[in-house]
Design a protein around this ligand. Sequence first.
Ligand code: SAT
Ligand code: MN
Length: 590
Amino acid sequence: MATAPNALLPLPKLSPEVTAWVESVRQLTQPAAVHWCEGSAAEIKQLTAQLETSGELIRLNEKEFPNCHLARSNPSDVARVEHLTFVCTSRKEDAGPNNNWMAPAEAHAKMRDLYQGCMKGRTLYVVPYCMGPLDSPLSRYGVEITDSAYVVLNMATMTRMGRPALDLIARTGTFVKGLHSIGELDPNRRFIMHFPEELQIQSFGSGYGGNALLGKKCHALRIASYQARTEGWLAEHMLIVGLQNPKGETHYVAAAFPSACGKTNLAMLIPPESMPGWKVFTVGDDIAWLHPGPDGRLWAINPESGYFGVVPGTNPDTNRNAYNMIRHDTLFTNVAVTADNQPWWEGLKSGTPVTDWQGRPYDPKNGPAAHPNSRFTVSARNNPDYSPHSEDAKGVPISAIIFGGRRRTLAPLVYQARDWEHGVLVGASVASETTAAATGQVGVVRRDPMAMQPFCGYNFADYWQHWLNVGAKLSKPPQIFHVNWFRRDEAGRFLWPGFGDNLRVLAWMLDRATGAAHAHETAIGSLPLPEDLNLAGLDISPADITELLRVDTDAWRHEIAEFHKYLGQYGARLPAALKSQLARVEQALG
Ligand code: SAT
Ligand code: MN
């Protein structure tokens, strides 16, 4: 069987490396057909129609949700699988204690066995993609081979997918090879393997999110973070948002939070009515590639072109923009449906589910109607606040970096690091309650440095050193902050309203970055006093705001001791500057 591209359009120049690799995968996996994706609207329409016919996609209520579809995963396949995700470097210590490791030869042999004949009777799709604007020197390319048309549709939204990417690969020669097969969706035959030294990803047995859309976490974070280290930049689990103040000045902020902790909402924030004149522009909601610029500032691009966001909780009150964005041209995965075929999820505040995410009649005894990690896949261009600078080849300049976690207790609403070095310590010390975005127990606090625990493609000790090195190259580094929107009182009530009101905290940060706002020094960093924050029009008690801005020295002493213990596993590789920053905080806590 020929593997030449389908001749719908004039043939692009093909990289011989791509054709040779596709041919070798074809021989290994033995598909019934090979389809080279061109990324055209006609192709998307045809694949969508095909999945509707096979029942893998359900068309939703056309009047209320035009051109929206629902996909249901296998119930065993609804989140990333961190325990089955490996970084296969030649030396184990290069992957570090933060990763599962397998020797490359062993991993290749294991995967080869799984891939043998796995696409019999199926179509092999060749999905060329570009991460980042097509004309940016900061962008990188990849080709994903997959036997899932659902994955193709997601990749078409999440990346610049199709012929232009294939042309760019032919011109530049370098691309990440990602091989994906859903296999039998058997959790016992499921692996997500990364070979950063070979720019390769091999994924088998899952069709879901970060396990299967290989441009996302596998390429744009695990492989890219490894590449970025050798090339002098950073690949981070961060949203990028532009904030325009009433004077008309726009500053860009990059913020790292673990999965399902509100990155999409922060990136699409709606200013509260009591803060007139503020405007928000979304550049990205999940991943940032950050490069030191010739002007000594840090510049960011969003490698993605769509959002794979958490659905539950989205409603016109929490985020009107997000709610409107997903009311058309959206692919839903694992939500419930109403009697008139509208998608439904917990926190929607209207409608009634009749069918749950598994397609069963809805019964509250079976748990939530929509899966807590149900997702929307939508083009960034659907976002009414999509930044016109998202396509800028050089990216946007970053004024502030934010790290955050989901902590019921301890971490105050906001604090600022003294400088970049201290900021690296603050980022490294992030801990957060686990969420439904990964399989395993939900709600337990775990260490998640820079929100990169599941995504850093190499040893964290080397990663922190790399952060320090990048900072040393910046004459105008961003200010670094830590936030916690998730503080609760003993009864479990949230102390901070979150969502649009987070702008009150962001405004203080931007004033700090330009040197205008007040703060007081504590052992962990600089904090605002209640009067330093714009709380106009906010219904919050003085007791709550005092609690949100309190540094509990005893609890912090315990936290830092735990963090110190955690760092022990990185041994001699731990950067000296990180150790001295830690010693300084320990001393200040007394
Ligand atoms: O499954 S994804 O990795 O794409 C989403 C997430 O967990 O952040
Ligand atoms: Mn994410």
